[in-house]
Design a protein around this ligand. Structure first.
Ligand code: SF4
Length: 407
């Protein structure tokens, strides 16, 4: 089984390959997990203004009609927050609106919705698929009750497994499960590498198509970040984390999954198109409260924007018909090249440095990059095949450091 070949070495927005991803943010969850730094607000499901939020997003889509009609849509990703809390008819109304404005642009493309086990039963899974979602991503995170409680999750292992089964029985063409490993809870010494591998394996055995397995990271602006600064958060040793990274990978490989990105595994042909676009530098349009977008200009420069970070301010922006971004970040070609290296080197097939540099209008091999590349290759941390650089899987543990040395 091989990894799906990249359609291009590096996405070429505004020139020949103008497809664009859509990221739609749903900013509510039932509770706030202590490790999470995504924009999400704790709320009871009945208190969400399901139709009101859908109407606001549809109004934003109308206001972004020009860009939506000038680019082919490659994928839609509905993230959050907990999109499975959204009444499926309301979510479906947004997809219909997108499809209408793009004149059938959603036909045949990947449409993912993130789901939590506590809000995904068989009925909701089928309703999401009827509404136009064809890929369900279930935030299982693990199967051990104590570890899930430590992470602030509302579900336990059996409920996580039932939600995955509901997704598999829904008619969705692809199902992903998210797993978090490296959790210092659930037994006296915290999660061992063997336990992490065993949980990933139990999930893989259900017959899912894709697994995203991330190490628990401690973000500064979260309750876990505060506890960590105070020295009160139990953490695992780096050696256990490294062993878990390898053990989870081996367990999933034994079930036919290919690790096509450092933290992502897919059965043949089941790679996530939306995230592949992100790692390859494809433009994406952000819709909804707190959504990020990233767009290119023909000269290789680009910019990122973010919509207002609260539902109220987002609704006010759309009602005023003024999509002036809440935050913007202007990026020159060199900054974008650094981003391409950081993200592209996470992929099994790496990136084509010369194609990216040509699109971004920068020098592919400045002396410092050439020297660093030679040094990293000599140390077994990097491989070069013509214009393409990639990190051999045995050196993935140092991927971020490797990418930074090539800046
Ligand atoms: S359910 Fe997901 S998005 Fe919501 S608070 Fe927890 S980790 Fe964050």
């Amino acid at each position: 089984m091989g990894v799906k070949a990249p359609s291009t070495a590096c996405e070429t927005p505004n020139a020949g390959e103008p497809s664009i991803g859509i990221y739609l943010h749903f900013p509510w969850c039932l509770t706030k997990c202590p490790y999470c730094d995504f924009v999400s607000f704790a709320i009871e499901q009945d208190s969400i203004d399901h139709d009101g939020y859908a109407a606001t997003v549809c109004a934003e889509i109308e206001q972004r009609r020009d860009i939506l009609q000038s680019r082919a849509i490659s994928s839609v990703f509905i993230g959050g927050g907990t999109p499975s809390l959204w009444r499926a008819e309301a979510l479906g109304a947004v997809l219909k609106c997108l499809d209408r404005v793009t004149e059938g642009g959603l036909h045949g493309i990947e449409v993912t919705a993130e789901c939590n086990p506590s809000s995904l039963d068989a009925g909701q899974a089928k309703a999401l698929v009827s509404a136009g979602v064809n890929r369900l991503s279930v935030g299982a995170q693990g199967l051990d009750a104590d570890r899930l409680k430590f992470l602030g999750r509302l579900h336990d292992g059996p409920l996580a497994l039932r939600a995955i089964e509901a997704a598999l029985g829904s008619g969705a063409r692809s199902v992903n499960a998210d797993v978090i490993y490296g959790v210092a809870a659930g037994s006296a010494r915290g999660q061992t590498a063997e336990q992490a591998a065993c949980e990933a394996e139990q999930i893989a055995r259900l017959g899912i198509h894709h697994v995203s397995a991330y190490q628990l990271t401690i973000e500064p602006n979260t309750p876990f970040g505060e506890l960590s600064r105070a020295g009160k958060l139990p953490l695992l040793d780096d050696a256990i984390l490294a062993d878990s990274f390898v053990a989870v990978g081996d367990a999933l490989a034994a079930h036919g999954f290919v690790r096509y990105e450092i933290s992502n595994y897919a059965q043949s042909g089941e790679q996530c198109e939306h995230n592949l676009g992100y790692w390859r530098g494809r433009d994406y349009l952000g819709l909804g409260c707190a959504a990020f977008g990233a767009l290119s200009r023909a000269d290789g420069t680009g910019w990122r924007y973010r919509n207002p970070p609260t539902p109220q301010r987002y609704a006010e922006m759309v009602a005023a018909g003024d999509l002036t971004p809440h935050e913007t970040d202007q990026l020159d070609g060199e900054a974008r090249m650094r981003e391409r290296l950081m993200l592209g080197l996470r992929l099994l097939d790496g990136l084509d440095v010369e194609a990216c540099a040509s699109i971004l209008g920068v020098e592919p091999w400045p002396r410092r990059r050439l020297e660093a590349s030679g040094d990293l290759q000599a140390r077994g941390r990097l491989c070069r095949s013509g214009p393409r650089l990639y990190i051999p899987p045995e050196a993935w543990l140092w991927a971020d450091d490797t990418a930074c040395r090539l800046f």
